[in-house]
Design a binder for this molecule. Sequence first.
Ligand SMILES: C[S@@+](CC[C@H](N)C(=O)[O-])C[C@H]1O[C@@H](n2cnc3c(N)ncnc32)[C@H](O)[C@@H]1O
Length: 569
Amino acid sequence: MPQRAFFDLEKIDPDGLRRVGARLREVGFTERGVRERLGLKDLSELRFSDYPYYHKRSLRHRNDQELAIGLFLLQGIVTEEELSQLFDASARQVLREAGILVGERASRTWRSRISLYPVGEDKVFATDHRFTGHDPWLDARIPREPVMYLGADTYYLARTTLHGPIRSALDLCTGSGVHGILAAAHAERAVGVDINPRAVNFARLNAMLNDAWNAVFLEGDLFGSVGSERFDLITANPPFVPSPVYELAYRDGGPSGADVLRRIVAEIPDHLNKGGIAQVVTHVAERDGESYLDRIRRWTGGANMHLHSIRLGEEDIVDYAVAQTKRMYGERYPRYEKQLMEWVTNLRSQRFKRIVGVILTFTWNEEAPKPPWTQEDEAKPPRDTMAGELTRLFQAKKLSRGMESLSELDAMRVGVPDDLMLTERRRPTGTGFETKDFRVVFKKSRLSPELDIKPLVRDLLERVDNRSTAPQVIERLARDLGQPLSELDERCRRALLVMFERGLVTLDPVSGGSSKGEASSPRPPASDAFLSSQEDDTPAQRPGHGTIVEDVEPPARGGRTRRDTPPEE
Ligand SMILES: C[S@@+](CC[C@H](N)C(=O)[O-])C[C@H]1O[C@@H](n2cnc3c(N)ncnc32)[C@H](O)[C@@H]1O
């Protein structure tokens, strides 16, 4: 039976709680502040095994910031004096009355019943403590169905969510309410839903802490609590771990990992507004010779939607099972061995080879009768916002697919992005060298920064001079190759459009003397909030690139590099 939160929201003073949030920001309890203090590249890298080191070394000065980090993030203890240093009397009273701070009379020390995670520079989220099994005081206070800590998957989704001024946002599997509360900053109204009543309590507490007055949280099963309502933004971080057991509602996604994901994907078409965006962070199991993207598209029931995936990394199934079953403290070997084998057997029996961390984005196909596209890009797990880069990718696809005929390219000047490098790989033949393949490298971009390209793409790229129009570039190529223009023209125009979609070239209207880059950052219709108001998070003027699954003459895909472990540790 799920347990409700220990605090009573009715009795908490919202102004007092807001002041606690403000004080934490003031002392540097922010994502950057914590990262710098603990020497982490990213908060998602927090490891329990490092906690003793942090407490003893990184937090040894006991200044206000360090006290806040020790108490709220690292499950630590502060003295009565230290607590008075960190918070004034009224903040202490709010936290004590809410039951968040618990004192021990004999030792005159205080502990927190919740963990707090900073997101960005101005938000903090309360969750249950993450690490148990080493401390009886904590173990006694963690329920069977805890509210999920902010994990790598949480941060990745937050950094990839598109934000523009919208009317409504829905965050499924909201947990601490994090994505709902982040969306509330740019939506008129945000709704979060979770099946765990304790999570709903925490999400409401977090709405108070972050002054998100327009965020509401409902207890319920996915879309069941929102009737037939449609939203401009849907986010979800479902339980996605392919697991032989149902132990944790926030983790276990059934034997395939897709029990909840499949239901979400199937219902997105019924709840997403035209022009809206749905984004889901998840793990997907991959078999040899079968694309997980086909599986996901099938779950949409043939909806006329584009599907984009950012592939953040993959893990072999055995490594994955080890990571999910090992416990560092208090683990008895025979139990670990039994669990590990259960997990591996579950994955093997379904012929899964690897588990992949992805961020999926769904949008309506507004270019019908053209069929919807499916594309996968690779990226390293994002350490800061990647939403701008993703937006530009969608803009470029929309612009190129919106062209009514290839003759629209007549009036387009072709350029190459500043950060693109064309490289040639050669191999020894015994008597000399021969070209193995050609590749483009984008020095500043994070979405698929390396791509293998076909000879035609290379030939075109080599003839782009940032001044010539598309027909001029193609004429130059035909002349150099000694081929009739009529044989090359259409193929080259199609190739240029694919190259534009993938950021290999920029296209700018010649008329009006517009400068390079305008068409690469096209102005979308005003109704399309997502595509008109992203902050620019990347220096490169590149709309994006990757594997185009359905398209004409795509450049060949680059060799895959093994990335870091996907979302979970
Ligand atoms: C991986 S956690 C995500 C928490 C939070 N959104 C985040 O990103 O940190 C998954 C959440 O889904 C909730 N959940 C599981 N099944 C659900 C369902 N059928 N309907 C609604 N929520 C569900 C769990 O209670 C848990 O809070």
